[in-house]
Ligand binder design. Structure first.
Ligand SMILES: [Zn+2]
Length: 220
């Protein structure tokens, strides 16, 4: 039963609920602007520091098979994007529907983890928007267009310089068209900013302008 319905909060370990109200509140705070070490070229925002429930939920979704956490994390991401629209950091939905682009992950790593948690996070956020959409322009799409070269090593344990070298020029954009509209690059964690910077640059080369990067947790 525990595999089907986790009985422990994915953010704090509290018993009997899969995601508790306190952790939901912690992730519902307005996102804050972050400045990673690497220049990304577009504004970056995090739902919080990569600590506490933010970190626990990301790790549980990524490493412990807690697919159920995509829904609450997706709702939190949708809330953060709504808040960025309210503050004027993102254009309001009147003109074009928002596009979420998941940051790429190595295919093998994603397979080992039972699917790509960042893609799942984006799909859950899009479905949270769909549930509350008042007009068709509020519908959010997910464009899975970023790919990462098979030669890239897992970044765990690499220094900032090693991460940059590991990823340099290795993120690409595959065929699928990115719809017009504000584009938000989404990742679970922002560490040095290398992945975000390479992703934004790859999209720019493909003619897609990214408006902002939004992550669940920022390391700095
Ligand atoms: Zn909790």
């Amino acid at each position: 039963m525990d595999l089907v319905l986790p009985r422990e909060c994915g953010g704090c370990g509290a018993a009997s609920v899969a995601w508790c109200a306190r952790c939901a509140d912690a992730l519902a705070q307005p996102p804050r602007a972050v400045r990673p070490a690497v220049t990304v070229g577009v504004p970056c925002f995090a739902l919080g520091s990569y600590a506490g429930p933010h970190r626990a939920a990301v790790v549980a979704a990524k490493e412990r098979g807690r697919r159920d956490l995509a829904a609450p994390l997706g709702r939190a991401l949708a809330g953060a994007i709504a808040s960025l629209r309210d503050s004027g950091d993102l254009d309001p939905p009147e003109l074009n529907p928002l596009v979420l682009v998941p940051a790429p992950s190595r295919r093998r790593a994603a397979r080992r983890r039972g699917g790509d948690p960042v893609v799942r996070l984006c799909l859950a956020a899009a479905s949270a928007f769909r549930a509350s959409a008042a007009s068709v322009s509020e519908v959010v799409s997910v464009a899975r267009v970023l790919t990462v070269d098979g030669g890239v090593r897992d970044s765990v344990g690499l220094s900032a310089a090693q991460r940059a070298e590991n990823l340099a020029g290795r993120i690409g954009v595959r065929g699928a068209r990115v719809p017009p509209g504000p584009v938000v690059l989404v990742d679970d964690v922002l560490t040095t900013g290398t992945t975000a910077a390479e992703s934004v640059a790859a999209l720019r080369r493909a003619g897609v302008a990214v408006d902002a990067v939004v992550v669940i947790g920022a390391v700095r």
